[in-house]
Design a protein around this ligand. Structure first.
Ligand code: HEC
Length: 178
């Protein structure tokens, strides 16, 4: 009987140590979780959408400049890019459009139309090569980006009545952030 009680007390001491150790472990883990919670949460979806714009921008610009260099005659390469823009939008991937920022476009229909396009044109004229806005909340956000399009070749400049390097316009991208 006495033995039993002593053993009981002994177990209790063991219990106390075990629960103290467990409490200490929980405290350590909890502080670990806390410090992780304090680091600002990364907006991975927005980073991915921006990276996609970078990739598309390089793709379109390389294609337009390459076609312009390789095919001396015929309709401007930008017509090819416009066909690709339409296909991308039709298939629901993203929206892209070539917009004028020179004020004297080859085609009046390319003048800035939406409020975003007007703000982007001003930003490009002020010397910014990149302009973006994020609209909406939660899963319904939209990333709008404008990237500069200068007269990168003599041929662009001469057909557009500009000097090489002059600002001609921008590509306007519209992507869901998901
Ligand atoms: C052979 C003439 C020609 C060449 C070369 C040419 N373009 Fe164009 N560009 C046009 C025409 C025509 C349009 C209007 C197309 C339309 O809307 O149907 C246009 C449209 C544009 C627009 C939209 C604004 C506007 O003026 O309507 C930009 C920006 C542009 N081109 C940039 C370039 C760049 C950059 C190059 C060189 C890589 C280039 N262009 C080469 C004739 C040319």
């Amino acid at each position: 009987m006495l033995n039993g009680m002593r053993r009981g007390r002994l177990y209790c001491v063991v219990c106390l140590f075990v629960s103290l150790a467990a409490a200490a472990l929980v405290a350590v883990l909890a502080s670990g979780t806390d410090s992780r919670a304090e680091t600002p949460t990364q907006d991975y979806a927005l980073t991915r959408a921006r990276d996609q714009v970078k990739m598309l921008d390089s793709l379109y610009k390389t294609a337009v400049v390459s076609v312009t260099k390789r095919y001396e005659e015929g309709p401007p390469a930008i017509k090819v890019a416009m066909d690709v823009f339409v296909a991308m939008e039709k298939d629901g991937w993203h929206k892209a459009k070539l917009v004028d920022a020179s004020g004297t476009p080859q085609n009046e229909a390319n003048l800035p139309q939406t409020d975003f396009e007007k703000r982007a044109a001003k930003a490009m004229q002020a010397g910014k090569p990149y302009y973006e806005e994020v609209d909406g909340e939660g899963a319904k956000r939209t990333l709008r980006v404008a990237t500069i399009v200068p007269a990168v070749l003599k041929r662009c400049a001469s057909c557009h009545g500009a000097k090489e390097g002059d600002l001609l316009g921008f590509i306007r991208y519209e992507l869901p952030v998901k």
